[in-house]
Design a protein around this ligand. Structure first.
Ligand SMILES: C[S@@+](CC[C@H](N)C(=O)[O-])C[C@H]1O[C@@H](n2cnc3c(N)ncnc32)[C@H](O)[C@@H]1O
Length: 227
């Protein structure tokens, strides 16, 4: 398993309440307790994304692989590369791969999702779960995903998106004050995701619990992306 490291980029985006440094710091804090706190609530979305990837097959890139909670659920004939900004999260993913003998995980590498040190069109599928609202510049991440999946390849996105109204919307606006500390943006609207990509959305499915999350599948056009 390769463990190469590329230097994280320092970046900030006006629209986002998070920056790369704050995300890295936040996930250093989360790493020791991440599995305990998030394996349950985020389980269904992770499972939905991995099932989709298993159905599609081929070479899979998991972006923001975190502690690698999803890795044991991929089919063993699927070759997986995982990347993450946080060395603390990746250390736990590597430990999981070793413990569970996941020989189909080819590489776990530290890098910024917005600046992938990976060749063009080198994956059949990219999966990005609970990461789009964490990155400072989702459009830059999409550009990289569009580049590294082959024409006709798929990008699976699972995330929470902001409620438009009601008690949930109010709660999300309150949480947004601590976006930097938490390491994600609780008021990320779905429209911002669509504005960030030139790929076609071919499926959109709500995910439990209570449809709080959504799974999208985007396809890189076979005949090239619009300019
Ligand atoms: C909420 S966690 C999700 C982890 C995993 N996908 C899961 O389902 O448990 C977000 C992950 O994205 C990573 N991350 C945040 N910003 C990133 C970036 N710019 N590039 C790569 N990974 C990033 C964090 O370090 C963290 O591991």
């Amino acid at each position: 398993m390769s463990e190469g490291i590329s230097k994280p980029r320092n970046n900030a985006c006006d629209e986002s309440t998070v920056s790369l440094d704050s995300v890295n710091a936040a996930y250093s804090r989360w790493a020791p307790v991440y599995d305990f706190v998030f394996s349950g609530p985020l389980y269904f979305g992770r499972r939905a994304a991995v099932r989709e990837a298993n159905r599609l097959g081929g070479k899979v890139l998991e972006v923001g692989v975190g502690t690698g909670l999803s890795l044991p659920d991929y089919r063993r004939d699927i070759q997986i590369t995982g990347i993450d900004l946080s060395q603390d999260m990746l250390a736990r993913a590597r430990e999981r791969v070793r413990r569970k003998k996941l020989s189909n995980v080819e590489a776990l590498r530290a890098m910024d999702a917005a600046e992938l040190d990976l060749p063009d069109a080198s994956f059949d599928v990219a999966a990005i779960m609970y990461v789009m609202t964490v990155v400072p510049d989702p459009a830059a991440v999409f550009r990289e995903l569009e580049r590294v999946v082959r024409p006709g390849g798929k990008v699976i996105v699972v995330n929470h998106f902001a409620a438009e109204s009601g008690i949930r919307a109010w709660g999300e606006r309150v949480l947004a004050r601590w976006g930097d500390y938490l390491g994600w943006d609780p008021v990320f609207p779905k429209e911002r995701l669509f504005a960030a990509t030139r790929m076609k959305c071919i499926s959109e499915v709500p995910v439990p619990p209570f449809g709080l999350f959504t799974k999208f599948v985007f396809e890189r056009p076979k005949d090239g992306l619009p300019a």
